[in-house]
Design a protein around this ligand. Structure first.
Ligand code: SF4
Length: 477
């Protein structure tokens, strides 16, 4: 949906932020009658009030005023896509910066088979990180053998989305068509004006509360809910996902040396895996192995290897590490692992649908926090925990990542990303242990913490959202 005029944009932003006209008026310092007039187009705010509104909603002023630019507005959620949209098998290191633009370019190339030339413009975080991720060559290769001109538009801040891309197709001098698309995390993309066009809505429910109540009524578990909505072919897909996760761990454990990119980061998975001490405690061993598996996947990701988005490439190590260790320790069958992947997928899908799993939009809390919540839910499923306990485990996992910034040094998905996957995997195990005992005392719902994460992400300065302009990226010399 496009919001072209100022009154439309104002109303949409106010509703998106769950403010009544009088609550909004209070924050801006006017009466609800004045707000009503602005929204009806009967009057316009003063410049001072406009600046206040832009600050309140964290949108650039010209995105409020210009009819060519839409502020980022979350439209009403109508359902959730398939888990196939969430779990994608592909090459790292960044699902939102490499996979999604490539997929969008591929979509556009197929849409205009008669084009002899394409143009792609990348904005925001895509432009900023484009060189690091070789995005210009990746897109050029996607359009090959057709000619393609790729432009990285660094410095254009008034964007509808932090990962915006525009594509044009030409035949000779004739423009055949154009699209504007946004990378929405985990390799997915959305085309302006085509809601859910890439991801047909498969799940009518879109909150944990609704889903849990549905499952309780039917006396089914979350994985059965996923099977009911997606059909039995879901298991074939998840089987491929699990296979790719195991392969990424194995490949990562077999590699040594220094990762590319100039930071001199040593691969550590194999070292961690092979260490052992005659007096090693069970806890130390668990910590070492879970971390080794998380390092293995994350190091594969950092070296452009094959991983599964769970929910993104940058956070791809958390879920496989926890599942591999649980399988080894407790002997869970592959079937049980697939069921736990389905449960984790529902949790990831809820976050992706209602908030964000993209570092460039909401910081690392959206990537690693979401991965931790997915891993906690998966483990809860394997342990046969109740819907309430699984909810609590996922809630704890994400709550204690709130505010986590994204500040990868040199834009490489290495520091702090690799180690962070290992820490989050351990945290997921802790969250499950805590939820096992304390779920009856829970005060915060999963849905609430997801909403909080999104609000927090919007309040984070852009320098902490995959721009490599703040935090470690700024201070590391
Ligand atoms: S800091 Fe977190 S969100 Fe940012 S690139 Fe690394 S893993 Fe992804």
């Amino acid at each position: 949906m496009d919001y072209q005029t100022f009154p439309q944009k104002l109303k949409a932003l106010r509703k998106q932020n769950h403010l009544s006209q009088s609550q909004f008026g209070e924050q801006v310092g006017v009466s609800n009658r004045a707000v009503s007039k602005w929204e009806n187009g009967e009057s316009m705010p003063s410049t001072e009030k406009l600046l206040r509104i832009a600050t309140l909603f964290s949108v650039p002023l010209n995105a409020l005023l210009s009819e060519d630019v839409s502020p980022q507005v979350h439209t009403a959620v109508e359902g959730m896509p398939s888990l196939k949209e969430l779990y994608r098998i592909g090459s790292g290191p960044s699902s939102s910066h490499t996979m999604a633009p490539q997929r969008a370019a591929e979509y556009f190339r197929i849409k205009y088979p008669d084009a002899d030339r394409f143009e792609a413009e990348l904005f925001g975080s895509l432009a900023k990180m484009g060189k690091v991720y070789h995005l210009d060559s990746l897109i050029r290769e996607t359009f090959a053998p057709k000619k393609a001109v790729i432009s990285l538009r660094v410095g254009e801040d008034s964007l509808p989305h932090p990962c915006t891309m525009r594509f044009c197709a030409y035949s000779g001098k004739n423009l055949l068509g154009k699209i504007e698309a946004y990378s929405t995390g985990g390799g997915s993309f959305r085309i302006k004006g085509e809601e859910l066009s890439q991801n047909e809505s498969v799940y009518p429910e879109h909150s944990y509360t609704e889903i849990a109540s549905y499952c309780e009524q039917k006396r089914i578990r979350l994985w059965q809910y996923a099977e009911e909505k997606e059909g039995s072919q879901l298991w074939d897909y998840l089987s491929e996902v699990w296979k790719a996760m195991v392969e990424s761990i194995e490949s990562g454990l077999s590699e040594e040396g220094v990762l590319e990119g100039g930071l001199g980061v040593q691969r550590k998975a194999k070292f961690l895996y092979s260490q052992s001490h005659i007096d090693e405690s069970a806890e130390t061993r668990e910590n070492r192995l879970v971390c080794a598996y998380a390092f293995a996947v994350s190091e594969q990701n950092a070296s452009f290897g094959k991983v599964v988005t769970a929910p993104t490439c940058g956070a791809a190590g958390v879920l496989p590490a926890v599942l591999r260790y649980a399988k080894e320790k407790r002997g869970f069958s592959d079937r049980e692992i697939l069921q736990s992947l389905a449960t984790a997928g529902i949790v990831g899908n809820l976050i992706k649908t209602n908030a964000s799993v993209i570092g460039a939009e909401c910081g690392c809390q959206a990537e690693i926090g979401s991965a931790c919540a997915m891993a906690a839910a998966a483990l809860g499923e394997l342990y046969g925990m109740s819907l309430n306990q699984i909810e609590y485990a996922a809630e704890i996992a994400i709550e204690h990542h709130l505010g986590l910034t994204c500040d990868p040094i040199k834009g490489l998905v290495q520091i702090p990303c690799i180690e962070r996957n290992a820490v989050a995997a351990m945290r997921a195990i802790n969250a499950v242990n805590l939820a096992n005992f304390l779920s009856d005392t829970r005060k915060i719902s999963f849905d609430l913490v997801v909403k909080t994460m999104y609000e927090t992400g919007r309040d984070l300065s852009r320098v902490y959202k995959e721009t490599s302009e703040g935090g470690l990226a700024k201070l590391y010399l």
